[in-house]
Design a protein around this ligand. Sequence first.
Ligand code: FES
Length: 569
Amino acid sequence: MAFRSAAWFGPEDRNGFMHRSWMKNQGIPHRMFDGRPVIGICNTWSDLTPCNGHFRQIAEHVRRGVLEAGGFPVEFPVMSLGEMLLRPTAMLFRNLVSMEVEETIRANPIDGVVLLCGCDKTTPALLMGAASCDLPTIVVSGGPMLNGKHRGADIGSGTNLFSMSEDVRAGRMSRQQFMEAESCMSRSAGHCMTMGTASTMASLVEALGLTLPQNAAIPAVDSRRLVLAQDSGRRIVDMVREDLRLSRVLDRRSFENAIVVNAAIGGSTNAVIHLLAIAGRCEIPLSLDDFDQLGRDVPLLVDLMPSGRFLMEDFFYAGGLPAVLRALGDRLHRNARTVAGLTLGELSADAPCWNAEVIRSPDDPLREKAGIAVLRGNLAPGGAIIKPSAASPHLLRHRGRAVVFDGLQDFRTRIDDPDLDVDETCVLVMRGVGLRGHPGMPEVGNMPLPRKLLQRGVRDMVRISDARMSGTAYGTVILHVVPEAAAGGPLALVETGDIVEVDVERRLLRLDVAEEVLSRRRANPAPPARPVGTGYERLYLHHIMQADTGADFDFLVGRRGAAVADNAH
Ligand code: FES
């Protein structure tokens, strides 16, 4: 069987000479060009992406597995998306990286690919690009950090940063104690060890069937992570020989499983945008309403921050994702395919649970209904989402007076103003922070509460925005309002003092203002649109779609395959 790479390395002519000869300058022996599968190892290592800082070691173990199985490993870099340092936000570049991945795979003599994913956006970006190319593909995640430890207690990435910084603002924690926690939170290689977006996406690629079992939870520094990498390197070589392309693994069942699993693990709201985008690349119909309908009655089984108490290290010791897959039983399509060659049901049939406190049984869930809820109404005709498992139950049905902020700067300027007319029954509204309004849609939807309310002991309020929020964050936070204000959405019409009604059970998000009043407001001149810049931002603003369809670029949706014209030497 001739593989795709044979078109480069096979011919005994001038072009074949060039392709082999220049590769040989790396010390590659001639026998490697004998028609064996060439496996691309797509690496997102970077010192600037600390969550992926150990990926050179992971890549080395993938390489060992590829060689062991008779393949030819070729590692290549792509732009790395580190959540912490990139400005204005890593999400601005997700689609850019997906383009780089797609074009790099297609343009090169690659027969199958291993995607090394870790920090939040690297997983969807790499998978979107690979899905558009549709070669045999397996994912290896970098794994979570060990639990943070501070003053005898476990502390979780992001989640405890948010709670501690609120404690400092409320005067409950000293700044010295806060600074001390900084070194205690991130104490090993790996990504955030809460069920934030990175852990969520690592879990969902396992649920999609794109990894070997236990990909989601093995800690980054556990030697079993390296074994998983090596085994994945072995497996991708066989996948090429079996022509087990992404489109032969992923189908609608896979995505339905991922939605159910996201509810059961208390996964990140960002997963909604990413799964919609990945499904779009796979040409599999998936809508915002699927998340509501499929996740609505799924119980929360995993007691991890930010919805619960524990961390990813505990999750692994308790049995990891296979234990959750087993517990979900027939809520999943157990016959969905996986890269391992077995079905998801077969892979998890005997998965043990070692700690029923961390991974609960469906008879004793942490919460009865954990799925992400999609709210609609005159404030969000295209939908908005809330993660009920991370919200305050008493605020899931609420009417309150809006306090409106026009963008992040306005919010930062006024939120701690002692004269701000706000109490705990109010609804904080921030707009102009969506995909177009603040390119990249920053994770600012979990707005910090006003200091004066924190000092009075208030811990949560209803917050609404067209922004995203970190998967590690929590609170009664309504996000991804569609259309966003900058795209003409009704969020732009809200005025401070208007009454907003939220009813999660009825899936309602309503502005209690008469339609004729809204029409009058609509007639007023809108604030000037954000000027379209130059460079990448120009491409982004011309083509970005809204959150309800995955925030992909309109011209990237779909599968284009791996066929490529002959080279032009
Ligand atoms: Fe990288 Fe959280 S900052 S996973």
